[in-house]
Structure formats: structure tokens, C-alpha cells
Ligand binder design. Structure first.
Ligand SMILES: *Cc1c(COP(=O)(O)O)cnc(C)c1O
Length: 389
């Protein structure tokens, strides 16, 4: 594949490179959209070498590598690996830790990964301590309390949208000889670049904003340095077959071409909704880091560039029943889990998280798509009123 962009002698932004998928064109046909590579095997050279760098599909696929090179560019990373899901990317990191390793994780985080850390990580010999990552003194104390190997954070975090100080937590991790990994799914590379703030590895569920169209499950890791730990993750991805198929990789690359415009539109909708809903008579509270009275607003304004994300939550008056009734009456919003697609989704989060969740029962999680803000607001308003009628 020839990389036209790398031949340019003008500097262009990450956004421009993403729009043009790094400017790659097919050298055979000069196609502007690179072809989809499906072959799982590659011809050996007569002298028994694989000079192309491709031997077998479990480790080598050009369509997957093209997506990885875009993620390297977006995160200003040294290397990136694409996985079959965000969960497999996360599990890939934890599987690379030696048995006996100690991990710090946030008390409030993506539910399925919290569940895995609680129920399955111990079988790998990992000890996981869940702490309030918003309290920097508590993080420092927990980090120093016993030998530490890895700190995992998510920011902004599901489903309360707290924002965590990546640079401060990276310092604490490094001071204690540990790595910091950031789940940056909801910030996206558009709003935050954790590796530039000191994180060692950044993780994304590409099923969300990166793909952006609710039709692919995928995950990504990108690393600041390609050290021995990264080599181990790379080996584990291949040996465990934690792969993304080439067609899905092709779709994620296509999604990333519009990442910046979609994220900006989602952020604008989320902010407009948060401002309009904070004084709504049927809403108890709006949780959105873009609001001035959000506890992490100053940090979010410093750390997130160009927006506060497309996710917010509302606490509906009337408790759990009020929230579920409001969700029942939406027409335009889709009552569904997941986030980061062009269509707006709304969900009663405590029902899906089940017992032990830190999520309040009156909370609805809103993933703002890119529809017109007025349409989204009008539908929510009618649903809230219909619920109490
Ligand atoms: C969806 C999600 C994940 C898991 O990703 P999958 O692609 O669904 O496996 C992890 N973290 C966050 C913040 C998510 O939203």
C-alpha cells in the first residue's frame, strides 16, 4: 500500500489524516479506498523468507494494520493493536501481568470489565483493589500500601461521568513502579490523548465512537513505548486469537474518517441537552462534566480539548419507577445499551448492571448522537411529562 500522505511536505492535522485514512491508496488500481485484505496466508520467498512481513493471518493482516497505523497517529503512540472487542483488549492487558500482580481499579467504571476484574481476574493470580480514583490522596495511599503493577482508570467514567486526572495518576503509578492504562472510550482521541499526559497504554472500545455506527464490536490498545510488556500483549493477542476480522477493521477505518465531526456534533448535543435539562422540573440532577457545577468541571476543561464528551446521565424525579417510565415513553431516542453511535441511545443503567452497582436507581444514561438537538430535547421532554401524566 502506498502512503501518499507520508510523501507530502506540508504538515497536516490528525483530523485531516483521519479523514483521508492516512492518504493510503492501492498501488495496483490507484483506488482511493484501500482494498479489503482477506487472505490468511502468504507466499514464502524462494529462499524460505517472508520478506513481505506477512506469514499467517492470526498475526498479520494488512487491513487490520492500516487501522492500527491510524490509531498510532491519533494517539501519537509508538504502536497499536486492534482486538475483537474492547473487553478482549482490556483482558489482553491483564493477561500479560505476571501471577501475583496487584492492580488498582476505579470503584466506578465500565460494568462488564468491573465484573471481569471481580470474578475472573483472581483466577489469573491478580489482586484487584477498587478505589475512588477521584481522590488523589487515596490513590497515592493505596498505591504505596503494597507492591503495585498496574493502575487502570476510565475517564470520563460510566455512568456518573466523573473525570479523572490522568497526569496526576500517571505520576503516582510511575512513582510506585506501576503502569497506567486508560480506558479512553468516552473521551476518544479527539478530546483527550492519555499517552501525552503520561499514561503508558490507552484502550478503546472501538465499538463506540471510533466506529460510530453501532454495527461493529472491536477494541484497540495503543502504547507509548514498545517494551517487553507490549511484546507480551502482542503475543497473547495472537496466541489467544483475540482478533478483529478484516471486514470489521475496514468498517472501523471508515468510521474514523468522520470521527472528528461526529464527536464534535455529539459534544454539542450533550452540552445543549445538559444546559436545557438542568432546570427541568421533572429532573433531579444532570451529570455532565461540561456543566459549571459538575465537581470535575475545572479538571475536565483542562484535560479535555474541544468538548466534554457526548455522554451524560440524568436523575429523574420519582426514583427508579420514574426513570423507567420516562424511558418507556421516548420515541426518537432508542431505548438500548451501548454508546457512541450516530443515533441517540438512552438506558436505565441500574437494570443492566444489577446488584452491587454504584449506579443510582433513578439514573438514565444518555448517549447523544448527531441528530438535531431540538428534536432530542423535545422527545425527552414529552417522555418525562408522559411518564408522570
Ligand atoms: C463498551 C465499553 C467497553 C467494552 O467494549 P466492547 O467493545 O463492548 O467489548 C469498555 N469500556 C467502555 C468505557 C465501554 O463503553
Amino acid at each position: 500500500m502506498s502512503d501518499e500522505t507520508s510523501k507530502m511536505n506540508v504538515h497536516v492535522s490528525r483530523e485531516t489524516l483521519a479523514v483521508q485514512a492516512m492518504g493510503r491508496i492501492d498501488p495496483l488500481t490507484r483506488a482511493v479506498v484501500p482494498p479489503l485484505h482477506l487472505s490468511t496466508t502468504f507466499i514464502r520467498d524462494p529462499d524460505n523468507q517472508y520478506r513481505s512481513g506477512f506469514s499467517y493471518g492470526r498475526a498479520d493482516n494488512e487491513t487490520v494494520r492500516e487501522l492500527e497505523s491510524i490509531m498510532v497517529m491519533l494517539e501519537q503512540a509508538e504502536a497499536a493493536l486492534v482486538f475483537g472487542s474492547g473487553m478482549s483488549a482490556a483482558v489482553g492487558v491483564f493477561s500479560a501481568l505476571a501471577p501475583g500482580s496487584r492492580v488498582l481499579a476505579p470503584a466506578v467504571m465500565y460494568w462488564a470489565l468491573r465484573y471481569w476484574l471481580l470474578h475472573d481476574a483472581p483466577a489469573l493470580g491478580l489482586t484487584v483493589d477498587f478505589i475512588d480514583m477521584g481522590d488523589i490522596d487515596a490513590v497515592a495511599a493505596a498505591a504505596a500500601a503494597a507492591p503495585l503493577n498496574l493502575v487502570w482508570i476510565e475517564t470520563p467514567s460510566n455512568p456518573l461521568w466523573g473525570v479523572l486526572d490522568i497526569a496526576a495518576i500517571a505520576d503516582i503509578a510511575h512513582l510506585n513502579g506501576a503502569r497506567l492504562v486508560v480506558d479512553s472510550t468516552c473521551a476518544t482521541p479527539v478530546l483527550t490523548q492519555p499517552l501525552l499526559l503520561g499514561a503508558d497504554i490507552v484502550m478503546h472500545s472501538a465499538s463506540k465512537y471510533l466506529n460510530g455506527h453501532s454495527d461493529v464490536i472491536a477494541g484497540v490498545l495503543a502504547t507509548r513505548v514498545t517494551d517487553e510488556f507490549w511484546t507480551r500483549i502482542t503475543r497473547i493477542r495472537s496466541s489467544h486469537g483475540m482478533l478483529l476480522g478484516p471486514f470489521e477493521a475496514f468498517l472501523v477505518t471508515r468510521g474514523i474518517r468522520t470521527l472528528h465531526v461526529r464527536v464534535r456534533a455529539s459534544c454539542a448535543n450533550a452540552l445543549a441537552l445538559a444546559l436545557a435539562l438542568q432546570d427541568h422540573p421533572l429532573i433531579e440532577a444532570v451529570l455532565y462534566p461540561g456543566l459549571k457545577d459538575h465537581r470535575n468541571h475545572a479538571l475536565a476543561a483542562r484535560q479535555m480539548k474541544g468538548g466534554f464528551g457526548g455522554m451524560l446521565s440524568i436523575r429523574v424525579k420519582g426514583g427508579e419507577a420514574g426513570a423507567i417510565a420516562a424511558a418507556a415513553h421516548v420515541q426518537l431516542w432508542k431505548r438500548a445499551t451501548s454508546l457512541g453511535g450516530v443515533e441517540s441511545l438512552l438506558e436505565h443503567r441500574a437494570s443492566i448492571e444489577g446488584a452491587g452497582t454504584p449506579c443510582p436507581p433513578d439514573l438514565l444514561r444518555l448517549s447523544c448522537g448527531i441528530e438535531t438537538a431540538d428534536d432530542l430535547l423535545a422527545d425527552l421532554d414529552q417522555a418525562l411529562h408522559a411518564a408522570v401524566a
